[in-house]
Design a protein around this ligand. Structure first.
Ligand code: ADP
Length: 280
């Protein structure tokens, strides 16, 4: 399913947050949107679903303007996980995840075998099955985040939009979520996610779109677009790029400030023990 963003402007009370953005996401792509706080990433993502209406411009799903589709029609094809989604804290994980089935249910909202299977699959995929019966209010931030991911998966969308899906997660769950998204992507799901972590963005995306002040600063494969000058323009700090010895992919990092970052000195005793210092 092709998602096209055509000269989209979005704002709040007359203040522009996304200032004329255009790009197309091809079926099966895995795209990261990066950029500093306030650069318009979340607003853009909301505009790509039906959550926020562009003041001008259009968003198309396979050539049809999503404003000309019903909310239900859009939801059968596209799911969005926003940054701080809200639901009653008494709701259990399973009840939450069942909500993902609404767009697929008929008027009577009778639960079918397909609904139950989709919910169980989604909870299992997002590693939430073990706390399926617990209320959301009793979960840790990371557990709650995974419950919301399960909700989006239960929708069985062809396009999945996520706003910082790895925030609140410890490193093992970050990797787990990224592996899950990559697996879903390999099975044909188009994934567009806002990321703060540039290393994860580089490792798990086919393409990175960098936003600055409501506009796209660069757009391309991480190996091509992650270079110090472009990243410095976007983030406003000196940057450097290391190369992952295992994948050859870029590892973007802020350059260390020599006055503030300790330099690793090898102690003479340690050096002689490890054989790195010859003679006294
Ligand atoms: P990012 O996701 O890159 O941090 P946002 O899309 O959240 O950026 O914000 C872009 C701009 O829109 C910022 O200037 C922000 O203050 C403003 N903004 C975001 N949400 C709202 C809102 N609900 N009401 C008013 N202004 C908002």
């Amino acid at each position: 399913m092709r998602l096209t963003v055509e000269d989209v402007h979005l704002g709040y009370n007359g203040r522009i947050a996304v200032d004329g953005v255009s790009f197309a996401v091809e079926p099966g792509e895995m795209v990261a949107i990066v950029g500093p706080n306030g650069s318009g990433k979340s607003t853009l993502l909301r505009g790509m679903s039906r959550l926020q209406k562009p003041s001008t411009g259009r968003v198309l799903l396979n050539g049809t303007d999503i404003r000309e589709m019903s909310a239900r029609q859009v939801a059968r094809n596209l799911a969005i996980l926003t940054q701080s989604p809200d639901a009653g804290s008494d709701l259990t994980v399973r009840e939450l995840v069942f909500r993902g089935r609404y767009p697929h249910q008929g008027i009577l909202q009778r639960v079918t075998r397909a609904d139950i299977e989709a919910v169980e699959w989604a909870m299992h995929a997002a590693d939430t099955a073990q706390f399926a019966s617990r209320p959301l209010g009793s979960l840790s931030g990371g557990e709650r985040q995974r419950a919301w991911i399960a909700l989006a998966l239960a929708q069985q969308p062809r396009v999945l939009l996520l706003d910082e899906p790895t925030s609140f997660l410890d490193i093992s769950h970050q990797v787990e979520v990224m592996h899950l998204l990559r697996r879903l992507n390999h099975q044909g799901m188009t994934v567009v996610a806002v990321h703060h972590d540039l290393v994860l963005a580089a490792r798990f995306s086919d393409r990175v779109i960098a936003m600055r002040a409501g506009r796209i600063e660069f757009d391309g494969p991480p190996l091509k677009v992650f270079e110090p000058a472009g990243l410095e323009r976007v983030f406003g700090v000196p940057m450097m790029i290391l190369t992952d010895p295992e994948t050859g992919l870029p590892i973007p990092l802020p350059r260390p400030d020599p006055l503030l970052c300790p330099v690793a000195h090898t102690e003479p005793a340690e050096a002689s023990r490890t054989g790195r210092l010859s003679g006294g």
